[in-house]
Write a new protein. Sequence first.
Length: 706
Amino acid sequence: MTCKRRRWTCRQLGLLCLGVFVGVGLYGVFEFLFGSPLPPKVTFYVGNVTAMYPPQAPPNLLLPPAAPAGTGERAGVGVMQVGSIEPNCGLVEVCPNHHFPVHVYSGKTNDDQPRVCISGKYVIEKDVNSGGRGLNLVVVDPKQMKAIIAKRFDTYAGDSSQLEAFLSQEVLEGDILVAVTFDEASRNLSPAAKNLFAKLGSSQIQNLQFRGQWFMVTQKGLQGFSPFEELEASKGGLWSPIDKKFCAPRQLQGQSIKPDPPVDQNPDRLRFCATHPHITDFCSVSHRELPLRPAILTNHQIVGSAMFTTPIMVIAGNRGHTSLSDLTLTLQTVLGQPGVQNKYVVVVYDPRHIPDVLTLSRLFNFSSKAIVPQNFNDTLQYHEVMQLVFETAHVAFPNSPYITIVEAGLLLAPDFLAYTASLLPLLHDPTILGISAWNPNGYLNVSTRPDLVYRVEDFPGMAFTLRMETYLKELRTKMKQCCNRRGWGGWFKAGRWNREIIIPDISRVLHRPVGPELEPATPLIHALFQRLRATNLEMNTPILNGESLAAQRYEAHLSSILNSSSLTLTPAHDEVLRCADEKDTQHLHLNLTTDRQAVVVLPYKESDMDGWSGMKLLSQCFGLFHHQDSPPKGLHKGLLRFSMKGSEVILLSNHSPSLPHHQVCHYCPHPALRNTTTTTATATATAISTTTTATTTMGTSAAAFT
């Protein structure tokens, strides 16, 4: 009986244990499937506290209070992200007592990322505390030697008012500040912000220029200059990265005299600047000893392009000191083209007007060619200069199939060579005459798409690339008839033979401001250059529709764009007149935003079948080039393309050869041009006609813009 009772007890205990085991297991499975996830352990920190976020402490456990001002110990506010964990920030040796490891990295290109590591934790990286373009700042608590605040200020796109407030109000006495730039930070960095950095111990921030890279570690209240500061100037338009790992003390000691950085030697440039102090930027104290090196090509998609072995002929001006200053700026932008080879750059000049070009060209390691007429006292005509330029290139580079010409007084965009290289294969198309880097319609508000290029009928000149055989077979004996004026005045008027020119939406070259020392102030030049223009400033901008520019593909591309347009404008005649008078497109009920790209088409009918009075009026309305004695620029078979706020806009006239009444519209079935009929028209000699009883698919307005 006793044995049976024991067996029964053992059986009950076994069942009880099994039940507990099964219950615990089921609860664990339930929690795993439906319970709350565990909090992250290293992603977010509150201030300088290393506990998990959100805090797991009891409600009565508070964060350490801020220490009195001047001690440097305080708790941060808000949430700060932490990225990669790197023991000792990658330093081989452990930092001594009262020191902490630091790693600052400014990035090699704008596609790279800035990095700042404090005590083994990266608090500035891509997607970590908004690390990126501009100034990246980290505040470190000196007592605990941990980061408590990490912020970025984009002083390229916006102003530096928030940066000034941060330095004045959020960086407290005793705080250690780590600052590093990325990409471009100098554009909108105000003098007030520079002064605040100078008060914090910087000796070099005032010298920060375009795409220069700078870092500093300092402490608020420091007497003297920071011992941790470095400035790297841009080399040829490219970045000179900063990559430093070191141990920083919790209490920095200022230096009364800033030690000189390693000196770059360029004695030839120094001697040139001693006799040419009027060339201010090139010969400034911070630049005049810097070596001149060509930019390195980083865009692997255009490596091996024939563009990098094409002669680049730079034409110098003829206005003495002013032209020499302009030429210096031009040559600096040529040297800043990634992939440029010095031996293919030739500067053509008239030594009677600008005698020091030979010396200047040698500084850049470029060749030069002096041109003078047979009679020394004669003046070279423009077509004679251009002929000598072509002949010089042909003799010096007889095997080159192409030639690039850069006219006087120009600055090249950072991607000038890359832009031309990506489009160079199009010169095999017999319907394309050349590639220009300048858009005559490229004003600020109507030139917003660096990825777009167009085919146009007029030759804009400025900076362009042609086939050498075009000169040898067509122009050599006809330079006076073809090219006796600057490109914007009209080349190839009689010899274009239906060939077209490729131009960008945003220009890859900038003509310097109009002035009496640069150009005669003619009405045409004022119309072209009096307003601000857009110039691309990005190093790598891919072309969106380059392959569609071949003859047949381009027409199909236009047809596709027109048929897929999201907005068709049908303004009345008086609305267009008000728009032209006030230069305000709101009269056309056009409300574009940068949030969404659209295709806007404005179809209309010219009252004069041989003129462009309607297109001129629309050009004045939208802010394109307009001049009473000059036809519109940028036309292609009766249409004109441009962009506003990232959206494409097409002005579509009835002058296209595909729109005669007995033929089908080439761009049909676009609804704006399909089956357009007019029952009663008031034909006038005005720029735009108004129909009062027109029946058209463009709209039902009684005063349709036709």
